[in-house]
Design a binder for this molecule. Structure first.
Ligand SMILES: [Ca+2]
Length: 122
């Protein structure tokens, strides 16, 4: 589990193969409030790039929900203009087993175990 705080440049985060990234906001979230978050904001995208699908644009004092990537990557950008600074935010991100690939692993392990037991009996 890793943590980061604002300010944060734009960057992509990746989970290990077979895992999803889960972003969990902790403590406070205070960015300058504005209509459409056009001054200060945190942008989150579901992928490794700035053109990946946008999951959220956050500002003000609304605590963002927990965010989970659909693949291994999340792209984040924190933007702050020169006027009015708030205290910012803190978030942690963790690797979470991809449910799809996780069940695949369990299946593999089950069949491996079965084979081993059969092998011992014979
Ligand atoms: Ca500002």
């Amino acid at each position: 589990m890793r943590a980061f705080s604002s300010p944060l440049p734009s960057s992509s985060f990746s989970a290990s193969p077979g895992y999803l990234l889960q972003l969990d906001f902790r403590d406070e979230f205070h960015l300058e409030p504005s209509d459409d978050c056009r001054f200060d904001y945190l942008e989150v995208r579901d992928g490794a790039h700035g053109f990946s699908k946008q999951l959220g644009l956050f500002c003000g004092h609304t605590h963002p929900p927990m965010i989970t990537s659909s693949d291994r990557f999340l792209w984040l950008r924190f933007h702050s203009d020169e006027n009015v600074e708030y205290s910012g935010f803190r978030a942690v991100y963790t690797n979470r087993v991809n449910p799809a690939e996780g069940s695949g692993w369990r299946k593999q392990l089950d069949s491996l175990e079965t084979n081993t037991k059969k092998g011992r009996k014979e």
